[in-house]
Design a protein around this ligand. Sequence first.
Ligand code: PRP
Length: 212
Amino acid sequence: MKPIRIALTKGRLEQDSVQMFQQLGYDCTALREKGRKLIFPVGNANMEIVLAKAADVVTYVENGVCDIGVVGKDTIMEMGGTFYEVADLGFGKCRFALAVPMGVDFYKGYHTRRIASKYVNVSRSFFEKKEMDVEIVKIEGSVELAPILGLSDAIVDIVETGTTLKENGLIIQEFLGEISARLIVNIASLKLRKEEIDTFISKIEHYLGTEV
Ligand code: PRP
């Protein structure tokens, strides 16, 4: 049978994901010596790992070309999609925040605020709940620049240590929610490869239960 394919998010979550797989007993040597390769066999398990950008992890799992994915809740909230979210993996913890330049009273006055964010859907639904009319500008990265450059009044972004905000003269106005890495599973895979995927999920649950 073809290997179970797992998509891991490159970058921020990569190291913790690989560490988790190693601790589950999967040999990730190929992944640790990766060079520029993007797809790796896992020891002698009938499994392979691919490395992809967060949004692509969701796309691959949703379309069934990967059975399982590890991706941040931020990406899941932004993209939505049809898959099972089966576990909170507990790493990659950070928060969504609305941040403003220090000394600015964000809610003062009646003008339409401009919000810069990579997360336009998360931002839109946050302000819709407040029944506040805002203009949202999509920025791909280093969003903290947008208010400094005068493009926006505020940003919606993920905050981990708070260092990036601080070093760019921004402060948190409000928290929007908690984020961490999640395990997602393709809907058809969970039926068709039930035994293998259930075994994998049980291993993860056991690992999460024994972690200190
Ligand atoms: C994220 C986020 C902030 C920063 C927050 O960016 O967009 O810029 O990390 O982390 P901190 O609170 O620990 O300072 P990332 O490094 O993922 O890169 P990006 O700006 O290119 O999206």
